[in-house]
Design a protein around this ligand. Sequence first.
Ligand SMILES: Nc1nc2c(ncn2[C@@H]2O[C@H](COP(=O)(O)OP(=O)(O)OP(=O)(O)O)[C@@H](O)[C@H]2O)c(=O)[nH]1
Ligand SMILES: [Mg+2]
Length: 314
Amino acid sequence: MAEAGEEIMASAYVGFDSITRQIEHKLLKRGFQFNVLVVGPTGLGKSTLINTIFASHLVDSKGRFTADEPVRQTTEIQQVSHVIVENGVKLRLNIVDTPGYGDQINNEGCWDPIMKHIKDQHSAYLRKELTAQRDRHIQDTRIHCCLFFLNPTGHSLRPIDISVMKRLVEVVNVVPVIAKADTLTLEEREVFKERIREELVYNNIRLYPFDKEEDDEEEIRLNETIRDIIPFAIVGSENNVIIDGKSVRGRKNRWGVVNVEDPNHCEFSHLRDFLTRTHLQDLIETTAQIHYEAFRSKQLLALKDNVPRPTPAQ
Ligand SMILES: Nc1nc2c(ncn2[C@@H]2O[C@H](COP(=O)(O)OP(=O)(O)OP(=O)(O)O)[C@@H](O)[C@H]2O)c(=O)[nH]1
Ligand SMILES: [Mg+2]
């Protein structure tokens, strides 16, 4: 579309601007595949959050309806998929749930299965890319975003969270979230958020979003707003409550009701917008261009070094 005041010469019209429509059409037809991984200590509401995002009972969480129901716990890495269609745009959202870590006496290596899962997706993609007759469109199972659950202690990060995050940021886009934010007062929440941001800087943990040279003003502004909000303080629920006659996702207790969707109550709606609207494409691109690229070149260099050199002719 022409900017106001801009003059266009009709005779000089070539028509290549329709390429954006062609690209758009292709992308929309194919749809997007977006893979999210949830990681964090046990019992913090990871499965509940996935359930809240999908807003239907697709994942077992520990949430119980009656006191005599047994407590459920995620014991293996499992994936839940759902296709969301909005205005003709197809989004296949895969969320990978992981068992809680860090409740052993010796937590050494408790992050290994998670790191392995992420790297396995990279190597599967690389293998497909390197086959002689590769598919035109490779199924992308690479993790585009890792939601890192933090305990709402209000104090500081635990050493184990720092070690796990340090490893994860090397291979995936990490976005920290404060779980069960309904257990903190608003003041505590703000102080905790600020402290986490300071500790991340102090520990040299470089989180998503990354600034790129080609970013325009709009993208820089969008990244700033996300940096101001991270870590997202979230509340999850798999039950609906009635507020003003409407049925909404929420948690009810003795002193009131938390509406999960209400931005005055928690940042769940900001997180959902971030994942499925504002940063979806950038998370996918960053995964391909930064994380996968680093993995790919490391693997290919290692391969080259292992190829036996031809023995010089005598
Ligand atoms: N107060 C509060 N409780 C929550 C919230 N989200 C989940 N819970 C409760 O916390 C308990 C554990 O939830 P899960 O979703 O099973 O936790 P998890 O992180 O998947 O646990 P593991 O699979 O063991 O790692 C359940 O009783 C949930 O109802 C929340 O935002 N606030
Ligand atoms: Mg779970």
